[in-house]
Ligand binder design. Sequence first.
Ligand code: CA
Length: 620
Amino acid sequence: MLSLALVACTAKQPKMEDECLYSPSKTQFAFWSNVAEQMEIHLYDAADAAEYETVALKKGENDFWTASVKGNLAGKYYTVRSFQNGEWAPEAPGIFAKAVSINGQRAAIIDFAATNPEGWDKDVRPAMTDPTDIVVYETHLRDFTMSPNSGIEHKGKFLGLTEEAPLNYLKELGITHLQILPMFDYGSIDETNLAQNRYNWGYDPVNYNAPEGGYSTNPFDPACRIREAKMMVQALHKAGIRVVMDVVYNHTYDVMGCALGRVVPQYFYRLNEDGTYANGSGCGNETASDHEMYRRFMVESVCYWAREYHIDGFRFDLMGIHDQETMRQIRAALDEIDPTILTYGEGWAAMSPAYPYEELAMKQWTYKMPRVGAFSDDIRNALIGSPFDHDPGFASGNPAGVKDVMRGLIACPEWSGEPMQHVSYITCHDNYCLRDRIEVSTKGVSEETRLRMNKLAQTAVLVSQGMSFLYGGEELYRTKQGIDNSYQSPDSINIIPWENLEKYVDLHEYYKQMIAIRRAHKGFRLGSAEAVEEHVEFLDADNDQVIVYRIKDLEGIDTAKSLLVFLNGSAEEATVTMPEAEGNYVLLAYDGHANAEGLDFAPYDKIDVAPYSATIIAEN
Ligand code: CA
């Protein structure tokens, strides 16, 4: 009886995403506020026109304020404001605005059906079975498309990623998912002045549920950014690549400049005991996922992107600010749309969130959030060193990291629960890119050696049982000129150097082959903690800078009977005795070369592992 009553009660709740429901004969509005004494919307003929009508909203059930406006409102704009504590709050472009004017100042009323590109109803997510099969490639729209050498026509735009050349490049590299830095409407770029060509990562949300105008060919047209974002997803899907959106629900650009802060003062944020805004994000505020309506906002928002834009995955910025229960509810809601939609995030915060640590979605508690992954700073720090100092890691000559590299190879089961919840990576947009990181931590070392270290570190990522994650451009030996926080650096620092495709052809080929080796061998992605426990062993190398990682008894799982990986993090060549094998050995990687089909010589009972390199052998 109780559960029936609960169902009946929740069924009546309006959705936050339905704040503006357009039809040609009328438009219905609904906004939530538990403190407003009055609420109203303002209607406008244009983004910069004076208001033509004020409509009072009526308080209904569950603190939703509603109105229905007759006539065809397509092409009009609205704002909402609320009255409490004796004053009117400033106008805001809705809480859940799905279409917005230039710079996200006003919400737009549009016919969403008209934003669908041709063939959108036939768009399908590319096939995917197990998340450990995934290789994510992270990029920023400008990094990937702005270079004069990119050959891309629509530079810095969603449409750039609909063009054949960049899609073919990603396809040939062999990645499965493209993670795009924030593409929702953010505040740090003036959309009225895109000619400035300013760069920003975009971790400053203004409207969570509308695309960023700066990435569209016409930010003045509210439908344009929506249509072009969909065209990008559609083109990537056609190329067999899934799309992961970087979502930043943990803070807003500011408080009173944002709809969440304006419409319902304070509610959507955590406060300190003295009433000031808590700041776990380090950006001046932190949102309150533990508050029922913000939790619902987050759940509805990801589902909205998954349904309306066919987004295939979400990377949660500073996920450690959110509570675990919210992440579980997001997982459950996405499962109803498609259980293959991916969820992972940063299991940490920038500063201390104002909420009990044990309840937060911190990396340590990943196992309590099934099928939600977390970035592994364990394997990252062990391989290349921690971002908090310049020390080398295992791949750059520091034996201290050996044990943690081994834990990372088996996906840190003590916190990850299942391997897919361990995002194996060494670099992302944050901190140094790989080339710069190795440079600052290895003084007086030649480029030839640094390239070895680069390949070795990335090899460990790609043979780890966790989910592989690569920072776009590492395969082209990108440098950010020593800048470890390039969030607003110019394009010249951030662009991917396509010209390096010729200069570093060997590095690029190695990445491509290592991705192919991972994708060809299920042994590197066993998929469950139980299988990892059963099939993985570490053999004694008699050398504290060499790791021997073996995945055995693979009949029925892999084309190989076993896989052997030797990782040599020292400046000296190592000689390792081979375990006894019944089948034929095929060499997949050796001395900085890799080939998924096999290199052209076979190893014997002893194997040499060149300095700073990986040797990988399949026993067939
Ligand atoms: Ca914007």
